[in-house]
Design a protein around this ligand. Sequence first.
Ligand code: FRU
Length: 495
Amino acid sequence: MTMQDALREAQRQNDELLKSRNDRWYPQFHIAARAGWINDPNGLSYHNGRYHVYFQHHPAGTEWGPMHWGHVSSADLVTWRREPIALAPSIEEDRDGVFSGSAVSMPDGTLMAYYTGHVERVEGVREGEQHQILATSHDDGITFAKERVILSAPGHPDFRDPKVWQIGDTWYMVVGASSKERRGQVWLYSSTDMRDWTFDRVIYEDPDPDVYMLECPDLFELDGKWVMLYGPMTTAQPRGYANRNGHNTGCVVGTWAPGEVFTTEHEFRPADWGHSYYAPQTFVAPDGRRIVLGWLGGFTLPLASQAADGWSGQMTLFRELRLGDDGRLRANPVREVEQLRRETIDFGAMDLPLDEEKVLLEDADGVEIELEVDLSESTAEQIGLNVHRTSEGRATWVAYDDLAGRVTLDRRTTGPTDGGYRSAPFDGGSRLKLRVFVDRGSVEVFTGDGAEVLSSQSFPVDGPRSVSIKASMGDAKVTTLRVHRLGTIWESPDR
Ligand code: FRU
């Protein structure tokens, strides 16, 4: 089958699945496929005047399956247009999937996409293989021609997710790999023409011997340091806050220069503490900001939307990355997100008395909440917001817990499935600052100017979703409380 035929067939199957889409949890201001499964963001780029997001996509079903690259684009990072599916399996080297990868915009108008072609292992028939493949687009990233296989690693069935960048006249590529000893590594390649690539070195190995593969590595310079962002796949049991999502995502910050290995300055830290965050990829906006986009979903946890709604998985908000004075990564929603605000309700400062729940909004489908509390003037054990609050006391509780000194996202009562709770450390002193984004099927929490983030899918039961605030077992001095109703990101309301 040619790729054109494969794409036509994928589009037809996706149209079919779309008929069954249920919108009760379908995102209003997060990128999702119009129908079908998505996982990792791919090929993030600004090319010929538009931002491009490609993504791992199974167009024919709500489970992970034969991977394609879905595609959406935007002129301003706010309003998005759906584009035709961009890449489908069609050659021997990607017969079982067009896996994750990156894209580079060239001055001559070409978009160069580097992805992993996946060949599944079949017991007694063949070993699994993964190849790095170059595909190019000459029509603004809409259609691609597969040019050639650029890298293979015989004997290494885990060898994937190329990320390409340039320094001076040289191109660099990092690829996630599993060594012969089953250690999680990042391999570095270089090239001067973007087509012939030479192995440079193993640039990084995760120090944890339980980690056997590093997915979606991204190495980039930020505020004078280098950041290695990746998803360590581990055989270790979940313990404490670690490995609760099967595989977690995080980073190490350190130093690197061409010709060197990457040297870390601290231990691995999670990039997000919620239930649903994986496979983030970064890119540089035209104004130089380093922006990250992650997959707000997961492989291991049950997903209510998967069962009956015709779609599954979404992207996070775009987050601008900076290094804090403490050398840690900080992630805040890009400023463009403020353009989604349609109406602002300013509650000003207020004293919250002991255990009194105050309803802020009766019907909140898509909102952003800004909350600041003076903790030095508050005695409550927990101060927080009930979002996705429906009947019978059901809600997702987003709160500062003064006993634990953490910010908690608790979905234990939200709906019949996808429960549990998570929490992130909080060291913001006496000023609690939270920015909470509530979409129809997710909650994203930014604490203390982006020091920590929690992203979780959240699936409320039927009926209007309200938002309330409450201080429990004590009082709270709220200094700022604003709720913004947010609009849609889609250019046209069609599906
Ligand atoms: C991460 C990942 C990548 C791979 C892709 C396949 O979520 O497993 O390593 O390229 O998803 O869909």
